[in-house]
Design a protein. Structure first.
Length: 294
């Protein structure tokens, strides 16, 4: 098992999944603390990297497109303090971080995990029920219904209609945008047969966000709803892309069969190395991982 413990959080890898636990340091964002521990299956990963700086570096996970409802709902707009797939690493722990990266990369290579998109969410999204107050309203979700309530800062035209309840079955999309510069952000729900270009300030299906501390928490509501909507890959294409975890599992093999399979894998790695597909470093890492299993 590989593990790295930092003030920013703890990452652990057991060969099948990564456990990402946020730290208790005061600099850890409210979103990451509320999101809590994430369990990321190996099949959801597209890659991992370590960026080194003079005083501190950063571990970054790259997930396969469509694997995580949080990333889909936020559209890659989570800034660094709020991104749960980044970990600040102190410079004196670079050696541990490099070992961690090698272990994950070896597992990805050995299990032949594709880096392409998937057609089903491999992470469950935030648990429900949940409720978040930020900007001009409060958004709550119980798994079946979304309730939007307004506060004294809400535009009169939007508040006049009172609280709003939306059935999940009527929702076709959800998006979260953070406030940026002079532009306010929003959490908006797209309702079936009711498209609109109304600014969030006046849209009764949107909460307007002004860039305050609790704004990122609205991304949790967006992700929880997104996780319960049809996956975008399935609705956009009748021919689903590869989703390895959906494949039926093979019958358990005997120890002798497993040993033979590992020997075949070593020969395959040698062929890939000789043909130039694998670099010397990649070949050494993959070979080491196979030998450990033997």
């Amino acid at each position: 098992m590989a593990e790295i413990i930092q003030k920013d959080g703890t990452w652990a890898f057991d060969g099948d999944a990564l456990r990402l636990t946020p730290g208790r340091d005061k600099n850890v964002s409210l979103l990451r603390k509320e999101l809590g521990e994430l369990v990321v299956p190996l099949g959801a990963l597209a890659g991992i990297s370590l960026e080194q700086g003079k005083k501190a570096g950063r571990l970054r996970l790259r997930l396969r497109d469509g694997a995580d409802p949080l990333l889909h709902a936020t559209g890659g707009r989570l800034t660094e303090p709020h991104d749960p797939y980044q970990l600040i690493v102190e410079s004196d722990r670079y050696g541990v971080a490099e070992y961690f990266v090698d272990e994950v990369r070896s597992a990805l290579l050995l299990d032949q995990v594709p880096a392409g998109p998937v057609d089903a969410y491999l992470l469950p999204g935030p648990s429900v029920p949940l409720s978040v107050s930020a900007g001009d309203g409060t958004a709550g979700f119980d798994g079946e219904r979304i309730r939007l309530e307004w506060n004294w800062k809400t535009e009169d035209a939007k508040a006049a209609a009172g609280a709003r309840t939306l059935a999940l079955a009527d929702i076709t999309g959800v998006e979260w945008h953070p406030a940026a510069g002079l532009e306010n952000g929003h959490l908006r729900f797209t309702v079936r047969h009711a498209p609109t270009k109304t600014p969030p300030k006046y849209d009764p299906n949107a909460v307007e966000l002004w860039g305050f501390k609790k704004d990122p928490l609205m991304a949790l509501v967006a992700a929880a709803v997104q996780a319960r909507l049809p996956h975008p890959a399935r609705s956009a294409d009748d021919d689903p892309v590869d989703a390895r975890p959906a494949l039926p599992s093979a019958p358990a093999a005997s120890a002798e069969d497993d040993h033979d399979a590992l020997l075949r894998r070593l020969r395959e790695l040698g062929d890939l190395h000789r043909s130039g597909v694998l670099t010397d470093e990649e070949f050494a890492l993959a070979k080491q991982a196979v030998l450990k299993r033997m």
